[in-house]
Design a protein around this ligand. Structure first.
Ligand SMILES: [Fe+2]
Length: 306
């Protein structure tokens, strides 16, 4: 066990078992936090990873995942995506939804060379207006000073939401990260668990790896590779999330197995990230179906004092 695993295991924030209480930050069980506490930020800064908890996702929002657009490239996945332009002011951070984005596929990726562009479906406005989305945005924005932006005042915020499902007639597991170990190419990522049905408790773990771990499917029997494993953890309850400093570590999700193999399974997750804009981003505001967020700026942020 390396230093980081020991550090996390001894942390009161760290998940050590399947119960809700053991997964929460101090005080969270008294009512869900509405702000990021210095110990949480310290943990994220030191370990590049933290597990925390927001309010459980409402039934309405959980059900809205059923209406997400079909992922055009992964048939067992519904997938909504929108990119926002964040502008940081003295009092507020304002996010404006951009027009639909188009992903280009790197020419070095032979398997996907035939796909000229990747265009994911967008969110219904009511999904984006939900309290859980706003809470999660507010939470990740508390961590902005840990992001090493080129431009601290103007950057990109991506929101993805996924419903992964498995039909027992055609499959016996689902895979949230078919690419294996990877980074998202962001500064900070937040993986928010909305909930799941018929997922085995000993599956769907999140693995955090050092940058030394080769990208792609890991060999979990390979002791050399396992030296690169920083922590294994799991999202168990609706509202729980992982925050990850994406420049510092890599991640992947283990196979998602059914609890009852004769029944379908589903797992619903929202990922939010913040990053600098890239050349491929389309920087035109969505004027047809605009969605804006106005979040308080972090006047009292204490990162420099950690
Ligand atoms: Fe990822």
């Amino acid at each position: 066990m390396n230093r980081l695993i020991r550090t996390l295991a001894s942390s009161s924030h760290m998940l050590t078992g399947p119960t809700v209480a053991s997964t929460m930050a101090p005080g969270a069980h008294m009512g869900f936090r509405t702000f990021m506490t210095p110990p949480v930020l310290k943990e994220l800064k030191e370990n590049s990873f933290t597990k925390q908890c927001l309010k459980p996702v409402s039934e309405r929002q959980y059900d809205r995942y059923d209406n997400l657009p079909q992922d055009p490239y992964q048939k067992d996945r519904l997938h909504g995506f929108d990119l926002f332009h964040a502008v940081v002011g003295d009092e507020n951070v304002v996010l404006n939804r951009l027009d639909q984005q188009v992903f280009s596929i790197p020419s070095t990726n032979m398997e996907q060379k035939a796909i000229a562009e990747r265009r994911f479906g967008r969110f219904d406005e009511e999904f984006l207006r939900d309290e859980h989305v706003k809470s999660a945005l507010n939470e990740i924005f508390q961590c902005l000073p840990l992001a090493n932006f080129k431009n601290q005042k103007s950057f990109a915020v991506g929101i993805h939401a996924f419903k992964l499902h498995m039909d027992p007639a055609t499959a016996n597991f689902a895979d949230a990260t078919v690419e294996g170990v990877h980074r998202d190419g962001a500064e900070i990522i937040m993986i928010n668990f909305a909930g799941s049905k018929n997922v085995a408790n000993n599956s769907a773990q999140t693995y955090i790896w050092t940058l030394d771990q080769p990208k792609g499917q890991p060999d979990m029997q390979n002791l050399e590779q396992l030296k690169n494993l920083i922590v294994e953890d799991r999202l168990n309850n609706s509202g729980e999330y992982f925050m990850v400093l994406d420049q510092q570590v890599q991640h992947h999700i283990g196979k998602i197995l059914p609890h009852d193999a004769s029944l379908p399974l589903e797992r619903k997750v929202m990922v939010i990230y913040v990053r600098d804009f890239k050349a491929a981003d389309r920087l035109t505001l969505d004027t047809q179906t605009p969605v804006n967020y106005i979040l308080p700026a972090q006047k009292n942020f204490v990162c420099s004092r950690l």
